[in-house]
Design a protein around this ligand. Structure first.
Ligand code: ADP
Ligand code: ADP
Ligand code: ZN
Length: 217
């Protein structure tokens, strides 16, 4: 099974993708995570992407579709991929169709996380992750069970993204509205879109996604 999680910054894509990865043996493909890894390593792609990401704008279609194509050649993705934060433009949606077809794979669902924009600033500015394993948390909505200690790996170091500030989030939302939301009709025509209320609590969103994946329709 291959699915896309679609929604604006802070909608809960990464949270749900990590859970699906842990529970279903699918592989989370987050272009945001891949780009941040490239920035950290100082690769040529990372060096080109950094300023664009810090500004909340979109990295070029060629770069992101290139890294997704390379990732799809790794055998672990054959068991099923969760596209998280990709595609984000019409050109990327077209590219993904080609990348999957070349590998005899297909998309099963495009799950849109429907959220209220005002809540997103709060979600994104309160977001932090474990510095060692990447587990995601929130200042109010998802604190570690023991304060200051990662639930997953026990690390006591956490980090915040430089682009998770109120100003950059506005730019990222505008990018979503202008370039990403318009790809929904492309998938509607293929009958792939399913909507989930992304304002529900994390477990309820997870249950709604599970119901779709298990329904087979
Ligand atoms: P969020 O989940 O908060 O929307 P991401 O981690 O997916 O953020 O993306 C962070 C940044 O990385 C984006 O603002 C953009 O600059 C870049 N990026 C990630 N994925 C893509 C993509 N598919 N196309 C273009 N830029 C991307
Ligand atoms: P995205 O990948 O779509 O940008 P994340 O999954 O990183 O979003 O979620 C953004 C922040 O909001 C994180 O701090 C996460 O813990 C929190 N969060 C995710 N889903 C929910 C939810 N349904 N209700 C409340 N907070 C949530
Ligand atoms: Zn951890």
């Amino acid at each position: 099974m291959n699915i896309i999680l679609l929604g604006p910054p802070g909608a809960g894509k990464g949270t749900q993708a990590s859970r699906l990865e842990a529970e279903r043996g699918m592989v989370q493909l987050s272009t945001g995570d891949m780009l941040r890894a490239a920035v950290k390593l100082g690769t040529p792609i990372g060096m080109r992407a950094k300023a664009v990401m810090d500004a909340g704008e979109l990295v070029s279609d060629e770069i992101v579709s290139g890294i997704i194509g390379e990732r799809l050649d790794m055998p672990d993705t054959e068991s099923g991929a969760i596209f998280d934060g990709y595609p984000r433009t019409a050109a990327q949606a077209q590219a993904l169709d080609g990348l999957l077809a070349e590998r005899d794979r297909q998309l099963d669902y495009v799950i849109e996380l429907v959220v209220d924009e005002e809540a997103l600033v709060d979600r994104v500015t309160g977001r932090f992750t474990c510095a060692r394993c990447g587990a995601g948390y929130h200042d109010r909505y998802k604190q570690p069970k023991v304060e200051g200690v990662c639930d997953v790996c026990g690390s006591t170091e956490f980090k915040r993204r430089p682009d998770d500030n109120a100003e950059t989030v506005r730019t990222r939302m505008a990018e979503y509205r202008a370039k990403t939301a318009p790809i929904l009709p492309f998938y509607e025509e293929k009958g792939l879109v399913r909507r989930v209320d992304g304002m529900a609590d994390i477990d309820a969103v997870g249950a709604a996604i599970d119901a779709i994946l298990d329904s087979g329709s």
